[in-house]
Write a protein that binds this ligand. Structure first.
Ligand SMILES: Cc1cc2nc3c(=O)[nH]c(=O)nc-3n(C[C@H](O)[C@H](O)[C@H](O)COP(=O)(O)O)c2cc1C
Length: 458
């Protein structure tokens, strides 16, 4: 007997970071106006996506000592945006990235528990450790904690938030006239908590009754050994960059293989890579469209900036249409680009620079041409049928449990995908045609946390 096909999970990443957005496209709009968030969310909900995802960036990036303004400058507060979106959507999950390094558990748990109530059980928290001292300066915590201790703090932070989320049993609030609060007297009643460990020494009474989905869904996005362990121990889903079939399968096997040590089963942690796409009526058109998007994502100015991030040098006097620099990159702490996580991926800048030169020589490319070649290709390129095939293939082949899609146009860049690829997946029976549950936990097929006695009275 053949096994049932896995159901695919799909989510929408509101872009806003890196050079994904094609600003030269007349359809590109604000990444700050509420109307952009609303339109983006409503297309995702129309397509029955599992959730909308917001990344976090708490400091304006700088390059060569100036604000970096080629991507997005300025991001509104995550909780305010998601709370507002809760009011204009009914079923779509609302996932926000919030770091555990510069915040405090009481505040963050209160905000997520509140969002979970406002959205009737649709909140998710992507717990990141945020790596840079530059961002920490905003919190009077520049240079706060080396990386390994950040994960230690993240574990304590999430444990503490869990204590707070569970501090109400879920049966206290009854909204009738006779009895509105059945939990006992303040002081020993609902919400009473205490956490004392190496990172936190807090106690009191938590103010928000139990979440409609028991606890908000927990995501994790770190990729180091510690990040993977943290996810395997505590997360419901992991957001990753391993988007090719082979890399996805290796990552999937690795992360799922860790779960047993924490007494967890394979279905308790979903693997959701970021994915980009380019569509066309024919494969040829889609490929042309993909190449055109990449050319427009890497303008001459962007090519120079991306090269500077690798070289760790001011290359502003270089011509992007000229050759790849012959000088060697400066190895060590990146002093050119501040607040940008991707510079950490340049583990051997000299070797990478040589690869760029070799590619330029081999294909007769300019610096910009090399950057276009070297920067990420779209994950899925093709006709809607082909893209649906690929997505289904990746999920059935255990390279992922679905994808978090990042369109290159905001706010309406998901509409084509929603109208052409989603119906094909639905026809094949691998993606929902209607929401069958109301909470994000239900969309993702995750069980209610064991602590949950009963959802709060609706
Ligand atoms: C796919 C992906 C997305 C991430 N998004 C964010 C983000 O929006 N904000 C942030 O501060 N860190 C983000 N991070 C950074 C990590 O969550 C983590 O804080 C950092 O990478 C250090 O952990 P690591 O060494 O385990 O990767 C992201 C990482 C990955 C892999």
């Amino acid at each position: 007997m053949s096994r049932p096909r896995k159901q695919i999970h799909l989510a929408a990443h509101f872009p806003g970071v890196n050079n994904t957005t094609v600003w030269s496209d007349p359809r590109s709009g604000s990444h700050i106006d509420f109307d952009s968030f609303r339109r983006f969310a409503q297309v995702a909900e129309r397509a029955k996506f599992d959730f909308l995802f917001l990344a976090e960036g708490l400091r304006l990036r700088e390059q060569n000592g100036r604000i970096y303004d080629l991507d997005v400058v300025g991001r509104p507060d995550t909780f305010a945006v998601l709370a507002a979106l809760a009011g204009v959507t009914d079923r779509l999950g609302l996932a926000g990235t919030i770091n555990s390094t510069f915040n405090e558990p009481f505040e963050v748990a209160r905000q997520f528990a509140t969002l979970d109530h406002l959205s009737a059980g649709r909140a998710a928290w992507n717990v990141v450790t945020s790596w840079d001292a530059f961002t920490g300066e905003n919190f009077r915590r520049g240079g706060f904690l080396p990386q390994d201790q950040r994960y230690e703090r993240a574990e304590s932070f999430l444990d503490a938030a869990g204590v707070l989320f569970d501090s109400w049993a879920g049966v206290e609030v009854t909204a009738d006239k006779a009895a509105t609060f059945l939990g006992g007297v303040p002081g020993d009643g609902p919400g009473r908590y205490a956490v004392h460990d190496n990172h936190f020494d807090i106690s009191g009474q938590f103010t928000v009754p139990q979440s409609p989905q028991g606890r908000p869904v927990i995501f994790q996005a770190g990729d180091s050994e510690q990040g993977r362990e943290f996810a395997a121990a505590s997360a419901d889903a992991i957001f990753t960059r391993h988007g090719t079939l082979e890399a996805g399968q290796a990552f999937y096997a690795d992360i799922k293989g860790r779960l047993g040590r924490f007494g967890r089963t394979h279905d308790q942690l979903l693997v959701l890579p970021a994915a980009t796409f380019a569509l066309g009526d024919t494969q040829e058109q889609a490929e042309e469209n993909a190449a055109d998007i990449r050319r427009r994502q890497v303008s001459g100015q962007t090519a120079i900036k991306l090269a500077e991030q690798l070289w760790n040098l001011d290359l502003s006097d270089h011509d992007p249409d000229g050759p790849v620099p012959t000088v060697d990159p400066v190895v060590g702490e990146n002093t050119i680009a501040r607040g940008r996580a991707s510079v950490r991926q340049h583990t051997d800048p000299r070797e990478t620079a040589q690869k760029w030169r070799d590619l330029a020589a081999e294909k007769g490319l300019s610096l910009r041409g090399v950057v276009i070649e070297m920067s990420a290709r779209q994950t899925f390129v093709g006709t809607p049928e082909r893209v649906a095939d690929l997505i289904d293939e990746y999920v059935q082949a255990h390279a992922s449990d679905g994808f978090i899609l990042v369109p290159h146009i905001t706010p309406d860049g998901l509409a084509d995908f929603a109208d052409s690829v989603v119906p094909i997946l639905q026809e094949r029976g691998v993606f929902r045609t209607e929401y069958t549950g109301t909470t994000l936990r239900e969309h993702l097929g995750l069980a209610l946390p064991a602590n949950t006695k009963k959802a709060v009275a609706s």
